[in-house]
Ligand binder design. Structure first.
Ligand SMILES: [Zn+2]
Ligand SMILES: [Zn+2]
Length: 276
């Protein structure tokens, strides 16, 4: 089957890989995530990226795939840190979503109202829904207005927060905060702790910039992190998705992977979705 495979330099190339053994799902669409882009040039040769996948079961049902699974029984799972569970590291999407087929795996069934490309938003939205559980309600600053920052702002607005948004690209920034905020969500490597009120919360939701821990001490800030999603959050995201106003995807065939990667990197596309 065709798949986008990383070569010896870690660069993506459209090539042929074996169909995974056993029952498979037909991939309909797969979103390009910032975490995929980070792996380009770094992950080992032969890697097939892609974890924001909508696929079709042989019975015809369309599903948004669950890309990792916590055990649900260990102390970390019980503490709500499911994505640090030892079982969570095993990938469930084999070989990866930028391929024509993947090995049979679990997913959330998509209703007809959510098309294939929009269905790929469920995984990143699930990550955001989980992260938002750690953000107190009130005045919230979202730092970074790439796709994930936009998702975060939409989720917070939907639950009734007063949302502010900044970005290094002025054309992407939203409403700047007019005073101290109760919480900041870092979706970009910046840490404007001084924007947060004493006693406030900072959620680290992307690879991060250095922070001044002395500030955390003196102003009693709560610094917390959240990464990835759980099956429960995929279900919550499915329920929420139709109510959100989100940027439209740029949809390209898998053969144009390099073009899509360039559009993402130069900021011309907030979200690129590939269809085999
Ligand atoms: Zn992702
Ligand atoms: Zn566990």
């Amino acid at each position: 089957m065709r798949a986008v495979v990383l070569d010896e330099q870690g660069e993506p190339r459209l090539g042929e890989v074996p169909v995974p053994p056993g029952p498979t799902l037909t991939v309909l669409a797969c979103g390009l995530c910032g975490s995929d882009v980070e792996k380009v040039g770094r992950a080992p040769a032969g890697t097939v990226l892609g974890h924001e996948v909508v696929a079709r079961r042989s019975a015809g049902e369309r599903v948004a795939l669950i890309h990792h699974r916590p055990c649900g029984a260990c102390a970390r799972c019980a503490a709500g840190h499911e994505t640090t569970c030892e079982s969570f590291t095993a990938p469930t999407i084999v070989p990866g979503g930028f391929a024509e087929e993947v090995a049979e795996t679990d997913g959330v069934v998509l209703p007809d109202g959510i098309d294939d490309a929009l269905g790929t938003y469920l995984e990143p939205l699930a990550c955001v829904v989980r992260g938002a559980e750690r953000v107190p309600r009130g005045r919230v600053l979202v730092v970074g207005q790439g796709f994930v920052g936009r998702l975060f702002a939409a989720v917070l607005r939907e639950r009734g927060d007063d949302v502010y948004a900044t970005d290094v690209r002025p054309e992407r920034a939203g409403r700047a905060p007019d005073g101290p905020v109760d919480a900041a969500v870092l979706c970009a490597p910046a840490a404007p702790l001084d924007a947060v009120s004493p006693g406030g919360t900072v959620l680290v939701f992307s690879p991060a910039a250095p922070v001044d821990l002395d500030d955390v001490y003196r102003r009693e800030l709560t610094l917390t992190g959240s990464r990835s999603a759980t099956p429960r959050h995929m279900e919550a995201a499915l329920e929420l998705l139709p109510r959100l106003h989100l940027p439209a995807p740029t949809v390209l065939p898998l053969a144009r992977f390099s073009d899509g990667l360039a559009l993402y990197r130069n900021g011309q596309a907030l979200k690129v979705v590939f269809t085999p």
